[in-house]
Design a protein around this ligand. Structure first.
Ligand SMILES: *Cc1c(COP(=O)(O)O)cnc(C)c1O
Length: 397
């Protein structure tokens, strides 16, 4: 990302942003503050802090200095007015939706949202008489016409999991705005290094910080940024539901974020090289990666992303789940696991990760073939990743 006069470049922000007010007694690193309570002998000062008239902390469920530093770093990277966090990505997504929606209101979203988000849409929001309409993910006309029929929240995700579909955020945010909707974008796959939804017209941008932001698969967290009033409502609900980000997790996420820009650069480049290698491999039927010209959303991705991300998926020509069973253990440099976005390459079929709750028939109906493999490119040397894939694919040629 480029640098402007009053704002340092993304890589510099990853390292410096948000920390200063949480540093202690000359420490160069943000401390992990485990204290639950914050003491004030001056009762007037205590009250001023409690009422939000003075900066400071009262109680760990509400705010914490380590969590504050993490939040501020993400806020500055997303170039947002305000920020709040939660214990997980789902903590942030559910807090945001439950804080902003009321019975009788309407959500428009897409079919390919993250599995947990989809469960909120299909199981939990309807219990509170909130109408949810899920459109074909890349059918922009359908989404626009549903939004025009009346919409309180337009919820988008791009690129999606696991087939990396891309939606035109600027176009749909404009439609949402026209209808008076709050436009929310899950930016987990792209990160602020590759995509800044607020610049594209979204009102709120949120992340599972568990994935690329933290980057080391050792801490759970969620974060949401945007306009002050919206964030204040989300924060208010989250302080009450209690899904607070733990200070130790906040520290790990903060530490991971120092290398975010470096990691994403390497992951962008590794994913692109892996996608190109696989696209030309005789055992592979199809590769889904927004950086490939063969990808249906490539032109939109070129316009709205600075890099195409570390996530791709591919299907083998031998399209059976047995193929996956045989292929997955052959890879030496890939964890077979449910997470993504870490420094290590991680793979998994949707049948055991994002779409574990669905039957094979349901997955087929959603356009997810049984031999699909989700590949989260790590930061390893690219020749090692390609060599590993090449040997693992040998029996399938
Ligand atoms: C993992 C993920 C989530 C949920 O985050 P958790 O931290 O696991 O709760 C939400 N959205 C996307 C795109 C994800 O990949």
């Amino acid at each position: 990302m480029s640098k402007t006069a009053d704002q340092p470049a993304t890589s510099t922000q990853c390292i410096w942003a948000g920390e200063e007010s949480s540093l202690l007694q000359g420490a160069t690193q943000v401390p992990v503050v485990h204290s639950v309570g914050y003491g004030y002998k001056d009762v007037d000062e205590w009250q001023a802090v409690a009422l939000g008239k003075k900066p400071g902390h009262i109680y760990g469920r509400n705010t914490n200095p380590t969590v504050h530093a993490f939040e501020q770093k993400v806020r500055q990277l997303e170039n947002a007015e305000a920020v709040t966090s939660a214990a997980t990505g789902m903590g942030v997504i559910s807090s945001t939706l439950f804080a902003l929606l009321s019975p009788g209101q309407r959500v428009v979203s897409v079919k390919d949202t993250y599995g947990g988000t989809n469960v909120l849409f299909t199981e939990f929001l309807p219990k509170f008489k909130i109408d949810v309409t899920l459109c074909e993910t890349t059918d922009h006309q359908q989404i626009e016409s549903e939004v025009a029929r009346g919409c309180d929240v337009l919820y988008l995700e791009s690129p999606t999991n696991p087939t990396t579909k891309v939606v035109d955020i600027a176009r749909l945010a404009a439609a949402g705005k026209k209808a008076g909707a709050t436009v929310i974008v899950d930016n987990t796959f792209a990160t602020p290094v590759n995509q800044q939804p607020l610049h594209l017209g979204a009102d709120l941008v949120l992340h599972s910080a568990t994935k690329f932001l933290g980057g080391h698969a050792d801490a759970l967290g969620g974060v949401v940024c945007g306009e002050k009033q919206l964030i204040q409502s989300v924060y208010h609900y989250r302080e009450i539901n209690g899904a607070t980000l733990d200070p130790m997790a906040a520290y790990l996420l903060l530490r991971g974020m120092k290398t975010l820009s470096l990691r994403i650069r390497q992951q962008n480049s590794n994913a692109m090289a892996v996608a190109q290698f696989l696209e030309n491999h005789p055992a592979i039927a199809q590769v889904f990666y927004p950086g490939l010209e063969s990808h249906s959303g490539h032109q939109i991705a070129r316009q709205q992303m600075h890099g195409f991300g570390g996530m791709l998926s591919f299907m083998l020509k031998r399209d059976h789940f047995d193929t996956v069973r045989e292929f997955v253990p052959r890879l030496k440099f890939a964890h077979a696991a449910a997470n993504l976005g870490a420094v290590e390459t991680t793979i998994g079929p949707p049948a055991t990760t994002s779409h574990v709750e669905c039957t094979a028939e349901e997955r087929a109906a959603m356009g997810i073939p049984e031999s699909l493999i989700r590949y989260s490119a790590g930061i390893e040397e690219i020749d090692d990743l390609i060599g590993d894939l090449d040997q693992a694919l040998q029996p399938f040629v």
